[in-house]
Design a protein around this ligand. Structure first.
Ligand SMILES: [Zn+2]
Length: 388
């Protein structure tokens, strides 16, 4: 079956060869989907016939969002902690242990149902690719279980046994790193594509992070790093040195950190939901973009420090608070996320790409930042199937 989506007011292809500027913008455009793939892109007046026809009524069509950083296998929530923090308490990495206790106590079915709920919530907001981390189990069995459950819903699964030191190892962090790089890695590697570490004071230092990432890489997992979120530190430099796909957060960067990212293939993934939800200073996207770094935007969806699944919200905050233009923010939330996941089949609307499409209830993609908090999803297709 083929589908013609025609009378698209603004089409974001993310391919400069297809249209205007870095977003490859086309006005009065059309797209043909065949099966799960994009089969044709161009001016509506020149569009070929198809089995079915969808009239976009001059609204904006863009690639489905690629959320390259999320923590969705968990149980419980942390409403009380958020409420206390918004009443004046400081955020530290330790609150993760609250979710660890709830996650360990949950059944497989409960964790799966929770994950499915959040994936659908994201899909209805236009997110068609989601990365999903472990990190709330912190035992061999609980980490492997989290990744097994995640892998049944997304190929983008990340082993984050090194989220924080498990409570049982509070007096023996070196012993916990041995577990994460040994028996736990053995159990988790078959279910994961990526390996990640929270490189931060109160979590894992540079040497520990290096041990976790190199052990994962030896098992075929590709590194990505929670880097420089709460303070300056070695995370970004380590990510670049090890050829990580992304350095995530990048809130506290030295000039050397910015230069290292700009001179590498490592994507700087910014997560404004975390700064919003912890009332912290935002990362400076303008500085990274002007230096030539590739920037991605993601939700960091998790119950502790960023409980949003809305990429549109992240775009709006990035434009208002982080120095990004609306075009840059939309690019970062689609093509940027795809690059952070080393995917060329998503985050673009080009010939042969997966037909992941978001139709907005608006004539332009700029409305994602221009109309913050407004539900703008008009339709979503994933791999050619209408999902919303
Ligand atoms: Zn995270």
């Amino acid at each position: 079956m083929s589908l013609l989506i025609t009378d698209v007011g603004t089409l974001v292809t993310n391919d400069p060869a297809l249209g205007q500027g870095p977003l490859g913008l086309l006005q009065d455009a059309a797209v043909v989907v065949e099966g799960s793939r994009i089969a044709w892109v161009g001016p509506a007046a020149a569009a070929p016939a198809a089995d079915e026809r969808f009239d976009a009524r001059h609204r904006a069509l863009l690639p489905g969002f690629v959320d390259s950083h999320a923590h969705l296998v968990f149980a419980g929530d942390r409403t009380a902690e958020f409420n206390a923090r918004m009443s004046g308490q400081a955020y530290s990495a330790g609150g993760i242990r609250t979710t660890v206790a709830a996650t360990r106590a949950a059944t497989d079915a409960e964790l799966d149902a929770n994950l499915v709920r959040f994936l659908r919530e994201a899909l209805h907001q236009g997110t068609t690719t989601v990365e999903c981390k472990s990190g709330y189990g912190l035992t061999v069995a609980d980490e492997a279980r989290a990744l097994r459950i995640a892998a049944s819903h997304t190929p983008e699964t990340t082993y984050l046994g090194a989220h924080v030191v498990a409570p049982e190892f509070a007096d023996d962090p070196a012993g916990y790193v041995d577990l994460v790089t040994g028996e736990m890695l053995d159990a988790c590697a078959p279910h994961a594509r990526w390996v990640d570490v929270f490189c931060e004071r109160g979590a894992f230092d540079g040497d520990q992070a290096r041990a976790v990432l190199t052990a994962g890489a030896k098992r075929g997992l590709i590194p990505r790093v929670h880097a420089n979120q709460l303070s300056y530190g070695p995370g970004v430099q380590l990510a670049v040195e090890l050829g990580a796909a992304s350095a995530d957060h990048c809130t506290h960067l030295t000039d050397e950190d910015v230069a290292a990212l700009a001179g590498s293939e490592t994507v700087a993934t910014l997560l404004p939901g975390a700064e919003f939800s912890t009332r912290a200073a935002y990362p400076n996207a303008r500085r990274l973009l002007d230096a030539g770094a590739t920037v991605a935007l993601s939700t960091d969806c998790n119950p502790g420090s960023s409980f949003t699944s809305s990429m549109a919200f992240c775009i709006a905050v990035a434009v208002r608070e982080m120095g990004m233009t609306p075009d840059e923010a939309v690019h970062a939330a689609t093509a940027g996320g795809a690059k952070a996941l080393r995917r060329s089949d998503v985050g673009v609307i080009t010939l042969g790409a997966r037909a992941d499409l978001l139709l907005l209830e608006a004539p332009s993609h700029v409305h994602l930042a221009y109309r913050p908090g407004v539900p703008l999803t008009a339709a979503v297709w994933r791999a050619g199937a209408r999902e919303f």
